[in-house]
Design a protein. Sequence first.
Length: 196
Amino acid sequence: MAELVADGPPSDAGLVNVCQKAGVSRGALYHHFASTAMLAAAVYEEAHDRIVALIDEAFSREPAEALRTFLVTLGESLRTDPIVRAGMKLAGDGTFQSPRLRDQMLAMLHERLVLAGRRAAFPVEDLADLVVLLAAGVESLGRSDPKWWEGRSVDRLWPMLQALFDSAGGSGDGRGAARVGSSVPSPAGPERPSVR
């Protein structure tokens, strides 16, 4: 089922296609799962566990390296692991409704970045939003061009993102680095979109 969901439309994950792809009878499928929704929920759970492990592993490092590590390993997982690709499309109940694992991953990533709360040239909430945007972009763009899931795509963009996190260089506007929680205001702009 994971491959059908990962690489095709939801309609491809029907009972007949799942049984055919797995090489099992309907009875064998129903012996393990009462419905295809329960099978999809199991795929979601496995993908969720893998994403949480990626985040935990990446954030065992220094925050700036954690970001790069997470983006590279996320791309690799999306490129090579149909369970992770499928899980990104699924909700915990096995449906294709929100919140999907993709939404939850972006919220977890945002939370980890904010909790890291390090010195940066910009407010940490804004940097967290930027990284969430980049992770969502890598996940989405890779569906039409898998090169986005290759580590070299992140490596190409990383120096620009890293510069934003460097506290030594400041913001480039003469103000220097702002400490999270300092009196340097965030630039006015549109309301921050929800990642939860």
